[in-house]
Ligand binder design. Sequence first.
Ligand code: GRG
Length: 296
Amino acid sequence: MKILNDFLQRYNDYLQTFEDYLDKYTAKLQTKPEVLGESMKYSLQNGGKRIRPVLALACADVLAVPQEEILPFTLALEMIHAYSLVHDDLPAMDDDDFRRGKPSNHKAFGEANAILAGDGLLNEAYAVCFQECLKGEKYALAAKTLNECAGVYGMIAGQSADLYYSKQNAAVSEDDLKYIHAHKTGKLLIAPVLIASILGNNRQYIEMERFGKLLGVLFQMTDDILDVTGDFDKLGKTVGKDEKENKLTYVRLYGLEGAKVRADICARDCHTVLESIDADTEFLHGLVDYVLNRRH
Ligand code: GRG
């Protein structure tokens, strides 16, 4: 129990550090017309778990990177994550009326404004990154990594493949599933880990990369499981959509029990990689269990 409480306390500390930094950014975000900034803030401030910023801050601690160096990147990451959800919820994509228990951006502001809110968040993310690039090569490399993870060889490719395969009735392979999820979900979860390692002068890069990849797979497995076993009140979004839309998921491929077994194995692999890292990874071990057992 004490271990769990210590973990939750640290999670909340990281979360608060991020929220304080975000507040400073949103306080300065004034647009003309106002609706642009308001719709961006709507999706940025009503946060979810904030797992990407928390992961980045935790990895920075493991690698002795000062918080002020990683914080701008946590903001850029969360802005990219927020934009991807705004666009994913649009009728032309996943068509979801709810996000985090509230009307999705296009339900609150209309479709055209939601598209622009997403565009705005993405552009602002790179504005933050460009500012960091001015500090020197290491920071530019961190920004470049974020761009690669989020872009057409990263998350966008995963989303595109997801759309493509959802429309096919042909049998889909395990490799297709892995490709979609390694990109759509995995890339934005590996990015915080890689950025922390780059800012830490590539310390433990190989191990951290392996950990980030596995955590991304685990996250997607639990996401697929929750779409079957979760409920709207906890998830804050529509459940059961994957099956309805014929989505390629771990549950579709292996069945619910098979997906759960694979998630357990993946979590064990995450722990094994963390044990090979020569630093204090206790919080990251807790984060693996948090992702495995999450209810939202
Ligand atoms: C539109 C280019 C573009 C990409 C969209 C993120 C994404 C790609 C689609 C969302 C669909 C989805 C459910 C993906 C599975 C994993 C995922 C990213 C879940 C949402 O992330 P959480 O659980 O959300 O971290 P919170 O609300 O906690 O921030």
